[in-house]
Ligand binder design. Structure first.
Ligand code: GLY
Length: 350
């Protein structure tokens, strides 16, 4: 088992290990005064893990109810958020009680946002069950739902009370969902860790999953500790995401988030190498890793559509956007640029 302490506006632990889901009840009871818990989960994860989650909470003295919504990004909207808030009200949830986000990134973002809004803040424990949620979205306090105008446009920064990653839940994850999570893992290597890139190249990330997840969480912890509210350094975590989010939206969320991030990282790295601003080794290693972990590196979408969607990105500041540029292996820098330059790079990198 690995434990990582996150020091943000709340200090909390991220526990990573086999079977740690069974510790949820006791860990939650030790952290909280209330004894009412609402589990939020989706129609894929609920049938697999809701019962075990309910049991561990009940054994620790919690009264438990479960809210299940249809799996998929389409549910991450203000309508589902309102349904969830109404459910909390019907359960008479108080600020001493707890919301348990059981599932992948959509569940964590939605439940985290609802918990942060209800009564101006009810404790939330993240129990991520996908690789992507374990290494990225469950840690660091970003919560959100989408609007038709763009992804994650309505949200808060609200840190969880605990993140519990039971890596055995990855066993039931469809292969392609594990693979999309690998895009975020590769991202961490590209932005901050040559050592992680080497591990991913020479070893099998799935076999070493506990170590790999803990390594990503440590990297994210350091970034979040420095810039919790995403005003500067934290934007480094958006490598591949400006183009990635735009592609995701233009594909109507039919392509996985991780796949879109992989395409975004590949286009940007190719462009910067061709522009003489990034060593070829970055492109070579990135392409090798994308291939090894079965991730895409290009899209057929017309550039105009990608650019139009990128303009609606929440990361935009006026006419400027921050690009994340690989400089050496395991090191990226932030560069403020305009949309004309983004358009030029997009053409160059395709
Ligand atoms: N997923 C990017 C961040 O947490 O900032």
């Amino acid at each position: 088992m690995e434990q990582v302490l996150v020091r943000a506006s709340r200090v909390y632990e991220v526990i990573i290990g086999e079977g740690v889901l069974s510790e949820l009840g006791l860990r939650a009871a030790a952290l909280l005064r209330g004894r009412r818990a609402v589990i939020v989960t989706d129609s894929n994860v609920g049938p697999l893990y809701a019962r075990r989650t309910e049991e561990t909470l009940r054994d620790a003295g919690f009264a438990v109810t479960t809210f299940t919504f249809p799996a998929g990004e389409a549910s991450k909207n203000p309508g589902t958020l309102l349904e969830l808030l109404t459910f909390f009200a019907k359960q008479e949830l108080t600020r001493e009680d707890v919301v348990i986000a059981l599932g992948g990134g959509v569940t964590g973002d939605l439940a985290g946002l609802a918990a942060s809004l209800y009564l101006r803040g009810v404790p939330c424990i993240q129990v991520p069950t996908s690789l992507l949620a374990m290494v990225d979205s469950s840690v660091g306090g970003k919560t959100a739902v989408d609007l038709p105008e763009g992804k994650n446009l309505v949200g808060t920064f609200t840190q969880p009370y605990l993140v519990l990653c039971d890596i055995t839940t990855l066993d039931t994850l469809p292969k392609e969902v594990f693979e999309e999570g690998m895009a975020e893992v590769i991202k961490y290597g590209m932005i901050r860790s040559k050592e992680l890139l080497e591990l991913l190249l020479t070893d099998d990330a799935e076999r070493k999953r506990e170590r790999v997840i803990a390594q990503c969480v440590r990297l994210k912890r350091d970034v979040v500790a420095e810039d919790e509210q995403d005003f500067g350094e934290r934007q480094i975590l958006n490598f591949g995401h400006t183009l990635g989010h735009a592609i995701e939206r233009e594909m109507n969320y039919k392509l996985f988030h991780g796949d879109c991030v992989a395409i975004g990282m590949a286009i940007m790295t190719r462009a910067l190498v061709r522009d003489g601003r990034c060593p070829e080794s970055c492109e070579k290693i990135l392409e090798k890793l994308l291939k090894k972990y079965k991730l895409p590196n290009s899209t057929e979408l017309p550039s105009e559509r990608i650019l139009a969607a990128a303009r609606a990105d929440k990361k935009r500041r006026g006419e400027k956007i921050t690009l994340i540029e690989p400089k050496t292996l395991g090191n990226c820098v932030l560069v403020k640029t305009d949309f004309a330059e983004l358009a030029r790079l997009l053409e160059l990198g395709r």
